[in-house]
Write a protein that binds this ligand. Structure first.
Ligand SMILES: [Zn+2]
Length: 112
């Protein structure tokens, strides 16, 4: 999960699976999503509400902080567990998502 500044929260596969189950795949907070994997764009405000109502999960407090501190209204989920080229994801949300992911990948390379 990323915000536009590249602030990052990484979940392992188990954590991601339980979190997705608790939040019904973040459905209520999803602005745009890839139909073939779990990469998606989330609305921060809706996400904080959704997490506030969800059953307890060890990573939820960190996620709420990430959503609260995000510089824009959106958070970006990158599904690292599914190899996917997102070919079926065709809306403005995907353009926004890829720009943030690309920028973040560039920043990462710059650090090395
Ligand atoms: Zn995808």
């Amino acid at each position: 999960m990323l915000d536009e500044d590249g602030e990052e929260l990484r979940l392992d596969a188990d954590e991601a699976a339980t979190l997705l189950a608790l939040t019904c795949d973040f459905d209520a907070a999803t602005v745009s999503a890839c139909p073939s994997c779990r990469s998606r764009v989330l609305a921060c405000i809706a996400l904080v509400d959704l997490l506030g109502d969800a059953p307890p999960h060890p990573r939820i407090p960190e996620l709420i902080v990430l959503a609260d501190d995000a510089p824009t209204l959106h958070l970006y989920v990158h599904d690292l567990g599914t190899p996917c080229r997102h070919r079926m994801w065709r809306d403005p949300g995907f353009v926004e998502w890829s720009e943030v992911l690309e920028e973040f990948a560039d920043a990462r390379r710059g650090l090395r």
